[in-house]
Design a protein around this ligand. Sequence first.
Ligand SMILES: [Zn+2]
Length: 231
Amino acid sequence: MNLKNEITGQTKDHLIWSEEDKTYIHKKVFPKLQLLKKIGRSKGIDLAILSGFRSFETQKGIIEKKINGTRPILDDFGKTKDPKDLTPSKLLESILRWSALPGFSRHHWGTDFDIYDKKALPPGYQIQLTPEEYQEKGPFFELNEWINEITSNDEKSDFFLPYKKDLGGVAKEPWHISFSKLTPQYEKGLTYNFFINFVETKEIPLKNVILDRTQEIYTRFIKAYFHHSTM
Ligand SMILES: [Zn+2]
């Protein structure tokens, strides 16, 4: 196993393709996810995956599109920001609110998924992935209540919600679940030195802006969301 490549989304060796979910999933997580879906069905919830594994290149493409304006950069209220109005430093911060840097997305691991309830999807509805959709009166409120309930018993639950609270870095993402029994191995490998080395040696958008404030970016947008983070 090449942990470095698994952490940074540069290998699929540890993953298997799930035709039903239309994504790659970590081999060890696959049966656990199917079990979670089965429990959901018994509660009338049809848990489906909107986004699972993303490679380094895919994540890099997302960030590049946000920088060149072909993909929207949103503020906390869902309003679009024009990248031309932002200083490079503000641009980086605005992007990191909703998207991870390539190499540092939890979606690289095959253990993390953005979920929705297929059964609750109104016909023709386009999912936006906004907190409102997961709140009362939103289509995925029931799913949200159920996920909150099962993940609240941390000892027993296989999954947790890394972005359950807004800790001043990444915005609240009630749709993002993570397999808590396996992610600590990736989090442990993702040290501050690992972060700096990777940014220094890879072609990453806004690289110089990141290198100006590595400690803050690492702490605020990556480490703060680790499982059982003490921050
Ligand atoms: Zn996600």
